[in-house]
Design a protein around this ligand. Structure first.
Ligand SMILES: [Mn+2]
Length: 466
């Protein structure tokens, strides 16, 4: 970071090339705020990985954030180019590789730090900003880690992320607390938030009436006056009642080998941004990251960038309308999949064709579908639908041949030791494709004609594991 600090300090014309997702946009916001304060001319451009081969160096210094490590940049570097990479994905190059021009690559894997759970692209950008003394940007480093789902398996931020979090807490910008793992803490009426709870099918899953009944049964008021209460309105006693009830429900539902993991599904650490108002979608880190993602998924990352850099006027309004639009889009597609009976089921996996769905939300939809199905009574020992990972197939489009596969599964399967990212890589390799990712969220690209083979091999390879 010291050399990176020097490099940035001595440059007058900088381009930031950053990934078009929550982490990348956060990284862009941290870097851009830093350069604003230093009075350095710069531009931020949002790119996806497939745009890298077409890029040319046009500025004195180019900073790649949240991407660049896994990509070949031979065509980009020249004898007088300056390049700084701040990426947390597995690197192609060896540490300290020399390159044409000035070249600095900062990557946690060079220091044996796991980039999927310990630090994000935004986190690395923050560590650079901290070198300039801008510790008030730490909250964005927390947001980027949450947006990158770095806390998804353990339920809390870890490693370098906690160091960034500490800066935010010490500056009074972030509050961290243990709470129920129900999404929508600030903005969603509790009974609706409950209907989306978890990745195991429960009686309350996707059923608002059951949620209302549950709250009645537990004697938890649904409204405060005329206004629906949110999770953030509950007192400790109410939260405890709800916690025990969710644990009880899950215990009834899951095979005994998973019971020890249930508390991890029901509670975790959460992060509030204290400069944001209560009941604002920016107050809770998870909700904020959804809003940022809504902008990127509708190709308007600049709106999120403005909000992150402090604009709370029109940009925030635009962000909120994109969030609504995003939610409507997801609901429509979910309905389509359900009504058309799109989901097919094999012995160990489920899958659907997602050609009607934007490829950048297909994973989100696969995740939301985990709690669907299981309406009939099961025979003793028969596998429930939520136990089967959900896969979605989409055509690559843009005249490219091949299929994109997205997989999501219940976290219980990962706690029990299955790493679907590694598995999908192996199976994709066998059919002449490529794949990889996290244990509970991963994907692959495969030749179109190999779809049936892929399904068959995948299905067979997990026989007896779940
Ligand atoms: Mn990232």
């Amino acid at each position: 970071m010291h050399k990176a600090h020097e490099l940035v300090k001595n440059s007058e014309d900088i381009k930031i090339l950053t990934h078009i997702d929550c982490d990348g946009i956060s990284a862009g916001a941290i870097l851009s705020s830093t350069l604003d304060r230093l009075g350095v001319d710069h531009e931020v451009e949002f790119i996806s990985l497939d745009m890298i081969p077409g890029l040319k160096s046009e500025n004195e210094l180019t900073i790649f954030s949240d991407l660049g490590s896994g990509q070949n940049l031979d065509h980009f570097t020249t004898s007088n180019s300056k390049v700084l990479i701040l990426d947390h994905h597995p690197p192609l190059r060896k540490m300290g590789s020399t390159w044409k021009g000035e070249f600095i690559e900062i990557n946690p894997y060079y220091f044996d730090i796991d980039g999927s759970s310990q630090v994000s692209g935004g986190g690395l950008s923050y560590l650079l900003a901290k070198k300039f003394g801008f510790e008030d940007l730490s909250w964005i480093g927390v947001l980027s880690a949450v947006g990158d789902m770095q806390n998804s398996l353990t339920g809390r931020l870890e490693g370098l992320n906690t160091y960034i979090l500490k800066d935010g807490v010490q500056r009074g910008l972030v509050r961290t607390f243990n709470d129920l793992a129900i999404y929508g803490r600030q903005t969603r009426p509790l009974y609706i938030a409950l209907s989306y709870f978890g990745d195991v099918k429960l009686p309350i899953s996707n059923n608002k009436n059951e949620c209302i009944e549950l709250l009645k049964k537990l004697d938890i008021a649904r409204k405060k006056g005329k206004v629906p209460r949110t999770l953030s309105d509950l007192n400790e006693n109410e939260k405890e009642k709800l916690f025990s009830e969710l644990v009880k429900m899950l215990t009834r539902e899951v095979p005994s080998k998973y019971v020890k993991y249930i508390p991890l599904l029901v509670s975790g650490d959460f992060y509030d941004f204290l400069n944001e108002e209560r009941y604002s979608p920016l107050r809770d880190a998870s909700e904020f990251s959804t809003a940022v993602n809504a902008c990127s998924r509708h190709d308007q990352p600049e709106i999120a960038l403005k909000v992150l850099k402090g604009n709370r006027g029109i940009a925030l309004q635009d962000m909120q309308s994109l969030t609504k639009k995003h939610r409507r889009y997801l609901a429509q597609k979910m309905e389509w999949i359900e009504n058309e009976g799109q989901i097919k089921s094999l012995e160990n996996i489920r899958y659907f064709e997602g050609n009607e769905i934007k490829s950048n939300v297909i994973g989100t939809i696969a995740g939301m579908l985990l709690t669907y199905g299981d309406d009939q009574e099961k025979m003793e020992g028969e596998k429930k639908q939520w136990q089967k990972p959900m896969m979605a197939f989409t055509e690559m489009g843009d005249e490219k041949d091949g299929l994109k596969v997205s997989l999501r599964c219940s976290r219980l399967l990962a706690y029990d030791g299955i790493h679907f990212g590694n598995l999908i890589k192996k199976v994709a390799d066998k059919v002449g494709g490529t794949g990889g990712g996290h244990s509970v969220a991963c994907g692959a690209y495969i030749p179109t004609e190999k779809k049936e083979d892929f399904l068959k091999i995948f299905n067979n390879s997990i026989t007896g594991l779940i």
